[in-house]
Design a protein around this ligand. Structure first.
Ligand SMILES: Cc1cc2nc3c(=O)[nH]c(=O)nc-3n(C[C@H](O)[C@H](O)[C@H](O)COP(=O)(O)O)c2cc1C
Length: 334
């Protein structure tokens, strides 16, 4: 089921990618997920208003490195002209351009961007047309199924995007009003796949390697985007690939977990300096410390940690926890 994925002129080694996650998919986390096997990673969503009005300051959000490739840049905005202008500005910063048409948060939809666009198909057409004309990068959109439950405009939006020159569409099959509640309706991915000739990527409720294989198998979608399932669990990419190759996968060991936390911390230090690194890694330890004996105590200690030494001591504590054969440490046992 895993296979190379072509999006416009971009050929990905395989079709399991890291989703854009605001506040999370910065350079250090992207590098961690790539090392585990993600074939593509995206920036956090970047405000077109910020880019066009503040220029250099917002461009800092696009910080990358040679190992951080291929890179998808995700923009959010609602004005075709501004989005096109922003697309020209970021052309040299990544390998693919995605427009966010799915974000449900009030701050974003209040400006007419994100999933608010799903209520305005004509605007979507104008946006894709303008951005298509402005960039040579592969162009994709990421959408939800509609604004209200039952709106289900996803096929119409997908067809419009395809007609205007979009190279792929990602669907998170939940309405905006659902936010993250309920279950993603994967049957809509199958319907989207039937409606379009361009690749369809699926997003929604991919928490285990089995979920990933099931989505690919049940929906026929061309690729999948792992989002919340990668938080504190970046080895999920390795496990999805392993499951494809051998029909099974190795649970993460405490040594692997500790090594990855250590590496993640070092990447944060390199990228942002010690103070920010401590603050950022504490958030991630909240996700990394799950599913093994003593995890909740480690989360509590991480919460109150204020120095690099404290964080390093915690990592060593995790390393010293014995692995339990047969125990699946990816689910929270507490
Ligand atoms: C904290 C958080 C931040 C997110 N940020 C973005 C974003 O910047 N751009 C975007 O297109 N989707 C964003 N999403 C949506 C995810 O990419 C994904 O589509 C969604 O979480 C469904 O997948 P999941 O159920 O596997 O997590 C975000 C989701 C979460 C939980």
């Amino acid at each position: 089921m895993l296979k190379p994925l072509t999006i416009g002129s971009l050929v990905l080694q395989h079709n399991v990618v890291l989703a854009p996650l605001a506040g999370i998919t910065n350079l250090p986390f992207r590098l961690i997920c790539r090392k585990s096997g993600a074939s593509l990673a995206y920036t956090e969503m970047v405000s077109v208003n910020g880019l066009v009005r503040e220029g250099v300051k917002t461009l800092a959000l696009l910080k990358s490195s040679p190992e951080d490739r291929p890179l998808g840049i995700q923009l959010f905005g609602d004005k075709p002209y501004d989005l096109a202008e922003a697309a020209r500005m970021v052309e040299g910063y990544g390998d693919l351009l995605d427009i966010n048409m799915g974000c449900p948060v009030r701050k974003v939809v209040g400006t007419g961007a994100g999933s608010a666009l799903l209520q305005e198909p004509l605007k979507i057409a104008a946006i894709v047309r303008a951005v298509r004309a402005a960039t040579t990068l592969p162009l994709t959109i990421k959408i939800r199924s509609g604004w209200h439950c039952g709106d289900n405009v996803f096929q119409e939006v997908g067809r419009i995007a395809e007609a205007e020159g979009c190279d792929a569409v990602t669907l998170h099959p939940r309405s905006r009003t659902l936010m993250f509640s309920g279950q993603a309706d994967w049957s809509q991915l199958k319907e989207m796949k039937e409606a379009l000739s361009i690749p369809v990527l699926g997003s929604g409720d991919l928490f285990t390697p089995d979920d990933c294989h099931r989505m690919l198998g049940e929906t026929g979608c061309d690729g999948i985007m792992i989002a919340r399932g990668a938080l504190g669990n970046p080895w999920i990419f390795r496990q999805v690939l392993e499951l494809e190759q051998s029909g099974t996968y190795t649970p993460v060991s405490t040594a692997e977990r500790a090594d990855i936390i250590e590496e993640h911390l070092n990447l944060f230090i390199e990228d942002r300096g010690e103070a920010v690194a401590v603050r950022e890694i504490k958030k991630h330890i909240g996700w990394y410390a799950k599913g093994f004996t003593g995890a909740s105590e480690i989360r509590r200690t991480a919460n109150s940690a204020g120095s690099l030494q404290e964080i390093r001591r915690l990592t060593e504590r995790i390393r010293s926890i014995p692995d339990h054969p047969g125990h699946v440490p990816d689910t929270d046992a507490e």
